[in-house]
Design a binder for this molecule. Structure first.
Ligand code: PLP
Length: 459
């Protein structure tokens, strides 16, 4: 087994910082009104960081093994640059350097409004090329029209508010995200869950029966079906194509929840049979929160993106072009521009999805060599997010350890691995998205090293 610590100082962090670049970003992000002394002190702290990095590279630092802690001490929060981050929901949302710069440049709330000209709507702005970006987004998921929204949840809400009437039923899976429930509730509807099969997948065989139940009880079919391609619990893959086919047999429109797909893997919504696609920028598109997309077909775009018909009864004012569900405009500053800045990279990276999945399996295969470790998600993996069970291994150690369950995240953190829910040693999730082959191996070695240290059996 390779020495995890040696690895940490070397290859794992070789692409650590484009430090000069970061200094420039930091300099530009300083709050206005900082005194000259404060600014100098701040910039010196980054100079100090540079010397620590040089020390580490030369192997002269006393504290070689505690890189993230050193960075913390300097007072900067270098998350993904300074560590391997296996946090389950952050992995594919981490910003590109381009997004960070855009975030700063366009940080003022209404910065995109500087270039808003008639017809005065966000998705019509041509400089910066926001209108083109919207077209590209629609093409990216193979839909006809797309809008940016403040998070996937606001995409759900726009659709439920357009399609779901008071008391209507909406079909979801038994692994649906809570935000789908809230979106249905906000529209006055009720959720009806499709049960799972033995492999924790949506039980397609019971769908028709559920729909028939709704028809009998409500006197009409459900007004919408919302389905997660990969659920947030296990990241199991659900057969959207077959699911959508059943829904369409009953003329039920299908919302495809791509929170865990759009931005990490190719998504062809028409091929999948979706009527709506929702994606999450901060989860899967290397974008800041809150951001996301809602895309649909020509059949539904006039409904979901309907423009206002309101007229002031005293003034007679009208705001014709503004879309009701979008509240006129959505992401008006750094969030959108950062999303756009990451987009070329995001498009490209979806082509590497197979490699990401291979890496996920490569890690799990090694992780399972710690005798007693289990995978609760479907295996082999079809996603980089995985739920594992370490009740018979690390949890046993935790019971005897003075730090209890925190020992595991402590040990990982010493090795530069962050993002594990502190204290979790039974069933927990991790995401390997974006880790190079080398980091995957480092991660596997790190878990095995910790296992050996605590006398667990490793194959
Ligand atoms: C499956 C799933 N859908 C939707 C959401 C909500 O996404 P957002 O934070 O972009 O609103 C999440 C977020 O955790 C999720 O896991």
């Amino acid at each position: 087994m390779k020495g995890a610590k040696d690895h940490l100082i070397g290859k794992t962090f070789e692409a650590l910082f484009e430090l000069e670049d970061m200094r420039e970003v930091i300099r530009r992000s300083l709050p206005t009104g900082m005194s000259a002394t404060e600014e100098t002190a701040f910039m010196e702290s980054t100079a100090n960081l540079k010397s620590v990095i040089e020390d580490l590279e030369k192997g002269t630092s006393e504290n070689q093994t505690n890189f993230p802690q050193i960075v913390d001490r300097i007072g900067l929060r270098y998350r993904e640059e300074g560590s391997i981050n296996i946090q389950p929901i952050q992995a594919a949302g981490r910003l590109t350097p381009e997004a960070r710069k855009a975030l700063i440049s366009y940080g003022d709330g209404y910065s995109t409004c500087d270039s808003c000209r008639k017809p005065f709507r966000l998705d019509k702005i041509s400089r910066p090329p926001i209108a083109d970006f919207h077209e590209e987004l629609a093409g990216f998921v193979n839909m006809d029209t797309a809008r940016v929204v403040p998070g996937a949840r606001r995409g759900f809400q726009a659709v439920t508010s357009s399609l779901v009437g008071k008391g209507d039923s909406v079909i979801v899976s038994s692994l649906a995200h809570y935000t789908e429930f809230l979106a249905v509730e906000a529209a006055g509807g009720k959720v009806r869950e499709i049960p799972l099969d033995h492999g924790n997948k949506v039980d397609i065989d019971s769908m028709a029966e559920k729909i028939e139940d709704v028809i009998r009880e409500d006197g009409k079919p459900p007004s919408l079906m919302m389905m997660d391609h990969y659920d947030y619990q296990y990241a199991n893959q659900h057969d959207i194509r077959s699911i959508a086919k059943v829904a369409h047999d009953y003329d039920i429109p299908v919302l495809y929840n791509g929170a865990y797909t759009v931005g990490v893997m190719p998504v062809d919504a028409k091929k999948l049979g979706a009527d709506f696609v929702v994606g999450s920028g901060h989860k899967s598109m290397a974008s800041p929160a809150p951001s996301g997309i809602l895309a649909t077909t020509d059949e539904y775009s006039d409904l979901v993106f309907r423009t206002t018909r309101m007229k002031g009864d005293v003034t007679g004012r009208k705001f014709g072009i503004k879309e009701v569900e979008m509240m006129g405009c959505t992401l008006m500053g750094g969030t959108l521009l950062a999303m756009m800045a990451s987009f070329p990279h995001v498009k490209e990276r979806t082509q590497n999805w197979d490699e990401e999945v291979r890496n996920s399996n490569r890690f799990i295969e090694e992780f399972l060599k710690i005798e007693g470790n289990k995978v609760l998600s479907e295996y082999p993996r079809r996603h980089t997010l995985t739920k594992v069970d370490t009740t018979h291994t690390f949890d046993k150690v935790a019971k005897e350890h003075k730090r209890r369950g925190f020992f595991l995240s402590d040990e990982l953190s010493k090795l530069g691995i962050v993002g594990m829910f502190p204290g979790a040693t039974r069933a927990w999730k991790l995401n390997t998205y974006g880790l190079s082959r080398e980091k995957i191996d480092y991660l596997s070695d790190a878990f095995k090293e910790i296992a050996v240290k605590y006398n667990l059996n490793v194959d």
